[in-house]
Design a protein around this ligand. Sequence first.
Ligand SMILES: *Cc1c(COP(=O)(O)O)cnc(C)c1O
Length: 370
Amino acid sequence: MTNLLALRPRPTLRVDLGAVTANVRTIRSRTAGELMAVVKADGFGHGQVDVARAALAGGATRLGVTSLDEARPLRESGLTERILSWLNPPGADFAAAVRLGIELGVPGRDHLDAIARTAPGARIHLHLDTGMGRDGAEPAGWELLCRAAREAERHGRVRVVGIMGHLPCADRPGHAANARGRDRFVWGLRVARAAGLRPADHHLAATAATLSDPASHHTMSRIGAGLVGIDESGTVRLRPALTLTAPLVTIRSVAAGTAVGYGHTWTARRATRLGLLPVGYADGLPRLASGRAEVWAAGMRRPVAGRISMDMTVVDLSADAAVSVGDPVTVFGPGDHGEPTTAEWARWAETLEHEIVTGLSARLHRRNAA
Ligand SMILES: *Cc1c(COP(=O)(O)O)cnc(C)c1O
């Protein structure tokens, strides 16, 4: 029964967890600091708990997520490593965080006060805005925040175990915001020390800065994109971990002049055969990639014909391709055989690879690669 199900062709997203482990090893070789595996957004769409375990196997020692809702399943799956959650409203259940041993990012006084009041014993990381203009405490209030945190520490309400920042332009190593952000972070550490805080963790760099800017490393890096093979720095070869295949549901021969799909945006210039794939934008293939995207079928790149629709994509197989109904087509993969990559899909859709991998839908059947 199980075998029959496994053989039944359907759109399948294969996740190569070995690639995640290898990527962590590669990144580890580039920094002396600890690595926190950032497994937010379901491990960048690759499966949160699996990616966490694979990253730990490669030498990551910590886990990081946005909200407490993302942190809880990690703990409940039995992982005992330190976990940091840095994005919660001040009314979140911080007491539960303490019970589960989850550390908390603190971007300002509202959070500090709420945590000190409701979650005695919380281990916190003060978050300084190092140029994002998004999350983190503004420099103007940093000294007061550090002093208030020290006061709460003296009363045994919290323990400040870390200071964190985040760089906005780390994918462009020469950008002036990087030096400014690094300087501001060092200033922030000095102010924290002067207030009497002695946090052991200082972390500023994410994937791009870790790979391209050693001056940003401090005691730890927070690695998200790099786990799953996205290297914005262009300095190492990381390995993509996803392969999406879909079976040909139908194949039809059409005459020159046949128009295809919604809006008739594509017309066959010659007699050809069209293959129908049962995946579309509801599965996470961006509609904007219509007219540009390609897939890999019978050993060749084949263009998508017409608009990607909600559940279907049509492929121009050419008149002579040796393919049959039911054959698997590779929509994207690591690129080893010439198949498109998620980086190419991102280009076709005028977006980032991050958005492609985190936008793949739950409707796709997922399997971990052996
Ligand atoms: C997502 C995120 C990271 C990981 O960044 P990558 O560039 O994906 O490695 C690190 N820190 C914070 C605050 C984040 O939100």
